[in-house]
Design a protein around this ligand. Sequence first.
Ligand code: SAH
Length: 231
Amino acid sequence: MNRAIVFFLLALLFIPWLAFADEFERDRRNMVRSQIRARGIRDNATLEAMRNVPRHLYVPAVQRRYAYQDRPLPIGYGQTISQPYIVAYMTEIIRPDENSKVLEIGTGSGYQAAVLAEIVDQVYTIEIVRPLGEQARRKLKAQYGNVHVKIADGYHGWEKHAPFDAIVVTAAAEYIPPPLVEQLKDGGRMIIPVGSPFQMQLLMLVEKKGDGEITTRSLMPVRFVPFERGE
Ligand code: SAH
């Protein structure tokens, strides 16, 4: 057979690989269509970010093949990466844009921070479990220059970079930490699960109106890992 023909046939074999940036891109597109768009998420920036972030790189290697399934997954240290839909929901509701400065409490795997980093200007994220924070910092640094990870008790927020346009809390607190409300900009939005550990919790939206007035609204029942307190 002519060499050129052999080359052409070999090239044909690689087309499926060339069509997708990575082997999981198809799974990711399916995830966005069937789990996220289908449930009503419409914000284009959020959908695009969920299509872009390689979620499989933020879960432990043994969980990789489940990365795009419709559920949370264990990430070690008793913690979990949230279900993709919840990440999308929390992202959309804070109305992120390219000028936003966002604070996240509970870096965990770093996945939610990565989704935010795709959309906003700067992401500040705090994790209380040191090895998780360090691992997420390494992964995020390889992909994003606009994410800053601190290892600390997020109850106190990150005063130095306050105020924030939005705050995303990904561990369930018994009450809304006052320092976080303080560090929210006027006109800013905070999303936070509130409730006792391992009981029903409510995802709450806290808004600071222009005149400093604060409103809270409960959105839906959820289950998050507990908000831990440092020394
Ligand atoms: N956003 C994460 C979800 C991780 S689960 C992700 O995308 O993977 C919640 C995380 O909050 C856990 O890693 C837990 O260790 C962390 N956490 C709990 N209490 C905290 C606190 N007071 N300050 C900072 N992080 C906290």
